[in-house]
Design a protein around this ligand. Structure first.
Ligand code: UD1
Ligand code: UDP
Length: 373
């Protein structure tokens, strides 16, 4: 197999799905390697089902036993290296900023594979974030830097990276376009939850800087209370496993459970998520992917963080950075409830996968290194 596509987390599976499809469509020899970083069925398996993907050829199953960033990344690095040595792909594609992708890029670098970093050049400039460390390292060791936007390409130029920068659009646009109609026709989530469009807010939180800090997590609970009380709308809250674990550890579960108007649900599959997002009044989130999808689906977004690596969404008026202070968040929701949903999506035209695989095929054709992986 010539191209290895590395996945391992929920957003990675979603954002790589258009590339897997494109390889299949062109008959380009490839295989998928799953690092096992995410493993609960609702964080992993459901996306293969919803996106109609074959199960990965390789799947590391032991990563869940490890807790720290170093141990997880190290174990993934070792597992990926072994598999790459067996498979000997020429190109390794990684997407985004999770530890999975850092491990994949490092393994590929050491074996002299050509690394393509999909969703390259994003910067929050927030050095508290593990994702920011991963992005910077990956961008410096990759040959092909697939920047979703001109702004992200500019970040890469500023960082003086050595790889080739190609502006492609974000594959999340491809994923939304490929799945939204299917979602509308198949998902029964609104009926299941008894929701009418525009009658509720959607909320997700899972960022380490937010949920691993008990004070910030407590502030976010206050945000939920205030927003429900002030706007008299329900909040639907699919709970990320990390957040669930932290709530328990910090003894905050009961405080959250007792809020009237808050509905805590299991993490959703992709089709249900797209429908629930498309029909909500405003989404409140610290997720990267949801900031993007909200912008694509013309849903106003309030970002529960101090910064974003997706400033394009803010610039077009689709997103506002609210932090985690309840009063600021309430004001942001108020503003976004009355915003005209007329912005132009700055994240791509749905053909990012096509451009990325064009470039991969070009590189494979021109590759005269003769280097095996
Ligand atoms: C990871 C990524 C983050 C991304 C997020 C997407 C890193 C550094 N972080 O964060 O950038 O936004 O995925 O959701 O790679 N857990 C489960 N089941 C699972 C997955 C996780 O129970 O399927 C629990 C485990 O207790 C685990 C914890 O959540 O230790 C954190 O998981 P981890 O993959 O380390 O980080 P995420 O918070 O998911
Ligand atoms: N998502 C989902 N179900 C959920 C929560 C999120 O399908 O319950 C999707 C969401 O639509 C987006 C992606 O998962 O495509 C975002 O993942 P997450 O928020 O975990 O990570 P991030 O994008 O912040 O890295």
């Amino acid at each position: 197999n010539i191209v290895c596509i590395i996945v391992g987390t929920r957003p990675g599976i979603i954002k790589m799905s258009p590339l897997i499809r494109e390889c299949e469509h062109r008959g380009l020899e490839h295989f998928v390697l799953h690092t096992g970083q995410h493993y609960s069925p609702e964080m992993d398996n459901v996306f293969f089902r919803d996106l109609g993907l074959k199960l990965p050829k390789h799947h590391l199953k032991h990563i869940r036993e490890y807790v720290t960033h170093g141990a997880k990344t190290g174990m993934m690095l070792m597992g990926i290296e072994k598999l790459l040595m067996e498979e000997r792909p020429r190109v390794v594609l990684v997407c985004g900023d999770a530890n999975t992708n850092l491990a994949g890029a490092l393994a590929a670098r050491k074996l002299h594979c050509i690394i393509g970093h999909v969703e390259s050049g994003l910067r929050s400039n927030d050095w508290r974030m593990p994702e920011e460390h991963n992005r910077v390292i990956m961008d410096h060791i990759s040959e092909l830097l697939f920047a979703p936007t001109e702004e992200t390409a500019q970040n890469l130029r500023k960082d003086n990276v050595r790889g080739k920068i190609i502006v492609t659009g974000n594959t999340i646009v491809d994923a939304v376009m490929q799945n939204i109609k299917i979602a509308r026709s198949k998902s029964t989530i609104l009926l299941d939850l008894g929701l009418k469009n525009n009658s509720y807010f959607l909320m997700t939180i899972h960022r380490e800087e937010n949920v691993d800090n008990p004070y910030i997590l407590a502030d976010l609970i206050e945000c939920i209370k205030l927003v429900i009380r002030f706007f008299k709308k329900e909040i639907i809250f699919p709970l990320h496993p990390r957040t669930g674990k932290r709530l328990k550890e910090f003894g905050l579960t009961e405080r959250l459970d007792s809020i009237k108007g808050l509905r805590i649900i299991e993490p959703l599959g992709y089709l249900d998520m797209l429908v629930l997002l498309e029909q909500c009044a405003v989404v409140l989130t610290d997720s990267g992917g949801l900031q993007e999808e909200a912008c694509i689906l013309e849903v106003p977004c309030v970002t529960l963080r101090e910064n974003t690596e997706r400033p394009e969404t803010v610039l077009v008026g689709a997103n506002v950075i609210a932090g985690t202070n309840p009063r600021t968040v309430k004001a942001a929701v108020e503003k976004m409830l009355s915003v005209a949903r007329t912005w132009t999506n700055p994240l791509g035209d749905g053909r990012a996968a096509e451009r990325i695989i064009d470039e991969v095929q070009k590189v494979l054709k021109d590759d005269v290194s003769g280097l095996p992986c």
